[in-house]
Write a protein that binds this ligand. Sequence first.
Ligand code: NAD
Ligand code: WQD
Length: 331
Amino acid sequence: MAILVTGGAGFIGSHTCVELLNAGYEIIVVDNLINSKPEVIQKIKQITQRDFKFYQADLLNRSELEAIFESNTIDAVIHFAGLKAVGESVEIPLRYYHNNVSGTIILCETMAHYNVKRMVFSSSATIYGDPQSVPIKEDFPLSTTNPYGSTKLMIENILQDLYLSDKEWSISLLRYFNPIGAHKSGLIGEDPKGIPNNLMPYIVRVASGKLETLSIFGNDYPTIDGTGVRDYIHVVDLSLGHLDALKKIMLTKGINSYNLGTGKGYSVLEVIRAFEISTGQKVNSKITHRRPGDIAECYADPSKAKIELGWTASRDLYEMCLDAWKFAKQQ
Ligand code: NAD
Ligand code: WQD
């Protein structure tokens, strides 16, 4: 059985490739490397001592994609490929809609043509907008506040319509909360280009002296200490969720959404403290104004994934910080 992994050289994709290979799956990776490095492919092979085919190709290039389906027997697709920077999506929305939405449409058309109708899709908790309450359940109202989030919601709707039109499809929509951490080996992890937008990559750059001070975006939210609360999840736990979703779509048809989070929220100050305690590294920080578009609190009710997929996250915040730091030190 071969699993096609789109975006497999990226942060979450690379960790999922490792877990798939460790579990004995055959994988094929397609990535245009727009936001990842070619070395990652070698690192995945080094960690797992397994070989696989890698295609540097763009999902928007229909003929390249068709050639991949023509020359391989693919049973299912795990679809990570997409652009993900919220701020950038506001500046260049058309690029985001084209890459994420058109890329997914071309992928689905190609899959249908080759009669491959099983997909695990990378969705996001961002489609819950500013939730009325927490923890967030899958049936909460959906809304978005930026083009990136809108691409995720549009793709979910497209996949719902696709299933309605053809009940042979089997699709899992995985709504990730805040993935952080890295593989235990320290060989793969999150390494954003330029100045990071997200909290943990910023923290590790301050701790390693590459950036001076972390700005804490507001301490006047109605939360435990006034700073924003999020559901941070270890990327390896998140990756393992894809294997459970894959098992389900291999056995049953239909379309289902699942929250992949820990169910526990931590504030920015709690994350900084956990990082300092677990790594022994000081993180210089200062309180600044709120970041436009941020919400106070966001954490999952992950019970649906537990009941229907048999999945739960097991790695705690200390482990997430330690693993992120181990990877950062090796860069
Ligand atoms: P990432 O940028 O590290 O990985 C995405 C990969 O897709 C990259 O390697 C990139 O080169 C590739 N890619 C992008 N467009 C492509 C295209 N048109 N053709 C081929 N390859 C293409 O991001 P990630 O953090 O690993 O996220 C993976 C997926 O999960 C994305 O769809 C993202 O939107 C989603 N997601 C991420 C987070 C997060 O916080 N990291 C949260 C929720 C959802
Ligand atoms: C976490 C907390 C910030 C940076 C984003 C996307 C979301 C999803 C995950 C893909 C917040 C605070 C951050 C900093 C700070 N991605 N913070 N100083 O905003 O929850 O989610 O990534 O789907 O769509 O929006 O994650 O890591 O940016 O922020 O104080 O330098 O840390 O205000 O409370 P966020 P984040």
